[in-house]
Design a protein around this ligand. Structure first.
Ligand code: FES
Ligand code: FES
Length: 233
């Protein structure tokens, strides 16, 4: 027996919704759809609820909308980002997170994606010297910022004191959280953090290690702090 497509679910309310599917995509302006607008506000709201790690990346919703409105027919917007001292000219979907931009567009995979929800710290980078969860921040918020990733902290043969301390203290097992841990640890060097291990534990609370390497991580951060005190970067 042929099935009437309009009553296939047997639920009149669902069928009524089915007959108006395009409402979510009704344009708010000629160039910004309702879906794009809501996606932008949702991510901006997420960014606004994650202080203090996002202190350096606060951006207003109108600024997000302004960028979205400037998108061409493809939906991509031009953007210049300065990362590890180098300028990159890009065209991006305005909803691209800083984390995805670094990994997918700039080929800087040292910054890791763990939870993608601001809960693990694997994606920590520096924006104007302050640590930021890059998964909670739009790339287009940072056209005027100096961004530093783990690749810009040090390289084999020229390691930062904190990187050397992590190696010396065996402060990792699988290593997935390590770049985020080191980025936070380097930020701690310029933050008002007390001298004790408990102080360091508090300061590093946003960086989760699923391998549980915390004792070695704290020892490494303390050693890196001492080393850096003797030889300021
Ligand atoms: S990936 Fe950003 S906090 Fe987990
Ligand atoms: S070393 Fe494996 S998650 Fe930290």
């Amino acid at each position: 027996m042929a099935i009437d497509q309009k009553t296939a679910t047997g639920c009149p309310e669902q069928e009524q919704q089915k007959e108006e599917p395009q409402k979510n995509d009704e344009p708010l302006t000629p160039r910004v759809s309702r879906r794009l607008f809501l996606s932008s506000l949702g991510a901006a709201g997420l960014a606004a609820t994650a202080p203090p790690l996002l202190a350096a990346s606060v951006v207003s919703e109108p600024a997000v909308m302004e960028q979205a409105e400037s998108a061409g027919p493809s939906g991509f917007v031009p953007l210049t980002l300065k990362v590890n001292g180098k300028s990159y000219s890009l065209r991006l979907d305005p909803r691209t997170t800083l984390l995805d931009c670094l990994r997918e567009n700039l080929n800087l995979p040292g910054t890791k994606k763990g939870c993608d929800h601001g809960q693990c710290g694997a994606c920590t980078v520096h924006v104007n010297g302050q640590r930021v969860n890059s998964c909670l921040s739009f790339a287009m918020m940072h056209s005027a910022d100096e961004i530093t990733t783990i690749e810009g902290i040090g390289q084999p043969g020229n390691l930062h004191a904190m990187q050397a301390a992590f190696i010396e203290h065996d402060a990792y097992q699988c290593g997935y959280c390590t770049s985020g841990q080191i980025m936070s640890a380097v930020a701690v060097l310029s933050e008002p953090v007390g001298p004790t291990d408990d102080d360091v534990t508090q300061a590093m609370y946003g960086n989760i290690c699923r391998c549980g390497a915390y004792p070695n991580i704290i020892a490494a951060v303390q050693a890196g702090r001492n080393q850096t005190d003797r030889k300021p970067a």
